[in-house]
Design a binder for this molecule. Structure first.
Ligand SMILES: Nc1ncnc2c1ncn2[C@@H]1O[C@H](COP(=O)(O)OP(=O)(O)OP(=O)(O)O)[C@@H](O)[C@H]1O
Ligand SMILES: [Mg+2]
Length: 280
């Protein structure tokens, strides 16, 4: 399959901290058209592995600025769905659109990340031998490579953004600590901060509170709620107390398709959801 080159307006995507744009100019600079209020569309997406249907005509939409929770039993296809959105897995059929016009199935993983879709995997991948602030500086400086980035002089705007990210991630008092010395939860927040440094429009988080203490889980809920509006978020979790503390709209996946969607109370009362997931 041939992969087309990105249009120039996407290749030259600049992070928002580099200078605000407005109106049509903003659309041109980002290439993202969300004029219908949706940031992500999945329509009839199918993925098979050796004949096994991991995604089976999955259709889902995420609104701009929304925080969507996705729940469902093991093997339902939640991670596979994120793999499809981020270009890691190609669907066998179906549509995957970022905004109205960007067909994600035609782009590579790195391009999709640059277009503004950030993904947090379960295991934190921070640079343990660097300080918290340096990890954020590295993430802010983008694709320059580690050594070039360390020599790279941060602008005042970038210093302000690092301070802001330290506040958001509750790591301000640990800014000089080596990332390797942080707790598991703090590493997760640092990685979220590093993703935010790229100013993603859509952030995908796969089981963000797995392995966290109750106190860390609570702080993570506050952190994610504070991101709503500025970013669109899709959060996959099994921890129902956590889901209850952040959820607006909840999607239940089962056997590769949407089983139910609505408020947490609505899906919790759904007999089919109780049978395949919550009742176990
Ligand atoms: N690369 C792959 N090769 C073969 N099978 C795969 C692959 N990736 C996923 N699967 C299968 O697809 C199905 C969906 O897996 P997926 O990881 O998306 O589920 P999930 O909803 O994220 O589950 P969990 O809650 O356990 O994380 C599973 O049966 C899994 O074994
Ligand atoms: Mg998974």
């Amino acid at each position: 399959m041939s992969i087309p080159h990105l249009p120039p307006e996407i290749e030259t995507l600049t992070p928002s901290w580099a200078g605000e744009t407005s109106g049509l100019a903003h659309l041109v600079s980002t290439g993202l058209d969300t004029s219908h209020g949706q940031i992500l569309y999945l329509q009839d997406v199918c993925v098979s592995f050796d004949g096994f249907r991991a995604l089976n005509h999955l259709s889902l939409e995420i609104g701009v600025g929304e925080l969507r929770c996705v729940i469902g039993p093991n093997g339902a296809g939640k991670t596979t769905m994120m793999d499809v959105i981020t270009g890691k897995t190609r669907p066998d059929s179906g549509d995957v659109f970022f905004g109205e016009t960007i067909d994600l199935t035609r782009h590579r993983e790195a391009q999709i990340a640059r277009m503004g879709i950030g993904r947090k995997f379960q295991k934190p991948t921070v640079f343990e031998a660097m300080s918290v602030a340096d990890n954020l500086a590295l993430a802010l400086s983008g694709d320059k490579g580690v050594w070039a980035s360390l020599r790279y002089r941060l602008s005042g705007v970038q210093h302000d953004r690092i301070d802001e990210l330290l506040q958001i991630t509750r790591l301000a008092e640990f800014s000089h600590r080596l990332a390797g010395l942080l707790s598991h939860g703090q590493k997760q927040w640092l990685e979220i901060g590093m993703l935010l440094a790229q100013d993603p429009k859509l952030l995908l988080l796969d089981e963000p509170v797995a392995g966290m203490t109750d106190a860390e889980t609570e702080k993570t809920a506050e952190l994610l709620c504070s991101l709503k509006g500025r970013h669109s978020l899709m959060v996959v979790e099994h921890d129902m107390a956590f889901v209850g503390s952040i959820a607006e709209r909840v999607t239940v996946l089962a056997e590769g398709a949407v089983l139910a969607e609505g408020s947490l109370a609505q899906v919790q009362a759904d007999e089919r959801v109780i049978e395949v997931y919550l009742g176990r």
